[in-house]
Design a protein around this ligand. Structure first.
Ligand SMILES: *[C@@H]1O[C@H](CO)[C@@H](O)[C@H](O)[C@H]1NC(C)=O
Length: 345
């Protein structure tokens, strides 16, 4: 099983590489991309050479279109900018991933994984795309409303704003860490990102550099409305070895306060430390054999009282939205899912 995980991790490496070819969106970031002359000439050369170029969110209209590389092509972008795209040299189409000529465009954060896998397919073919997307645990019904399965419902409480601890370590799965941090901050939770290593700088599983807000020893002085662990093999192993983190989690469980984990972490951190006793949980598919109760592992996001667990990078947006739902209600979570273009607006 561990071997299977290593293999899947290797194939995930490709996704990271391919993400580098694409221009990322972001309402504030896109104009900065547009204003880069170096990038503009790179992309224009890419288009002139008949090579792949791609952009997501605001970047298709703000950068690509303004450089003239979408002329006459079908393209898409963030919903609120579609009118601007329609009035431009491109043909605006509603799509989660649009390919025309060598231009690939996509509308927002919630379509990023589909977008990235489409780039893999363009570059390396369908077989490689399937190999990469399998271990991501992607959805089959992109754009539909997602389901959070709940057993033993209890109210998750907070005062003012939920205080949430997100530990990270070398080998943490960056997609999962970023999804959790980003979505909970969008929901106005107070998210503390704490390094379990002896430095703030972390090298995540696909070599993305992350910087924590504080070291865990410092963060452990406070109490939290939720402690939530991203996955990634190396990260989960580091969490399991951290006495400080394990003690914090045990205290959280004993005081019946919420805690959660995704991917490798339920199996490698919670299970061996007795944090799943009497609870239903799920985990990364290839690691579910480590769970003593496997009866509910098929759920993409599973809440059992004060515990929330989930399966992998492709379920991390639903996982984070499930946390938003527990603290702020489903309506707020769905509203956010639409802003992200995870659920069809
Ligand atoms: C984590 O990665 C950083 C950066 O590469 C490195 O300096 C540090 O020693 C690593 N920590 C461990 C415990 O391996």
């Amino acid at each position: 099983m561990e071997e299977a995980f290593y293999l899947s991790v290797l194939s995930l490496f490709y996704l990271q590489e391919f993400l580098k070819c694409a221009l990322l969106g972001g309402m504030a970031g896109a104009p900065n991309l547009k204003n880069s002359e170096v990038l503009e000439s790179l992309v224009k050369k890419q288009a002139a050479d008949g090579k792949l170029y791609a952009a997501i969110c605001a970047a298709p209209v703000v950068a690509l279109e303004s450089w003239g590389v979408l002329k006459g092509l079908k393209a898409t972008c963030y919903p609120s900018l579609m009118e601007q795209l329609a009035a431009s040299s491109a043909t605006a189409v509603e799509s989660r991933v649009q390919l025309d000529g060598k231009a690939v465009t996509s509308p927002g954060p919630g379509t990023t994984i589909e977008f990235a896998v489409a780039l893999v397919e363009q570059l390396y073919g369908k077989e490689k795309a399937d190999e990469v997307s399998g271990p991501l645990v992607m959805r089959s019904n992109h754009g539909d409303e997602y389901i959070i399965t709940e057993r033993n419902p209890m109210k998750w409480t907070f005062t003012d704003s939920p205080k949430i601890l997100v530990p990270i370590a070398n080998g943490t799965e960056e997609m999962e860490a970023i999804m959790i941090i980003d979505i909970l901050r969008r929901a106005k939770a107070t998210v503390v990102v704490a390094s379990v290593e002896d430095k703030l700088d972390i090298i995540a599983s696909r070599k993305v550099k992350l910087e924590a807000d504080v070291l865990l020893d410092e963060a452990a002085k406070l109490s939290y409305d939720l402690i939530v662990l991203p996955g990634g093999l190396g990260g989960a192993q580091a969490f399991a070895k951290s006495e400080t983190l394990v003690n914090l989690l045990k205290k959280q469980r004993e005081s019946n306060k919420p805690y959660g984990a995704i991917c490798a972490s339920p199996a490698l951190v919670f299970e061996p430390h007795g944090l799943l006793k009497g609870k239903k949980a799920t985990a990364f598919p290839a690691m579910c054999d480590k769970l003593s109760d496997k009866s509910e592992i098929e759920n993409r996001v599973l809440v059992d009282g004060n515990l929330i667990t989930s399966r992998g990078p492709g379920t991390s947006m639903e996982f984070a939205l499930g946390i938003v739902e527990k603290f702020f209600g489903r309506e707020k979570a769905i509203e956010l899912a639409k802003v992200l273009v995870f659920v069809r607006p």
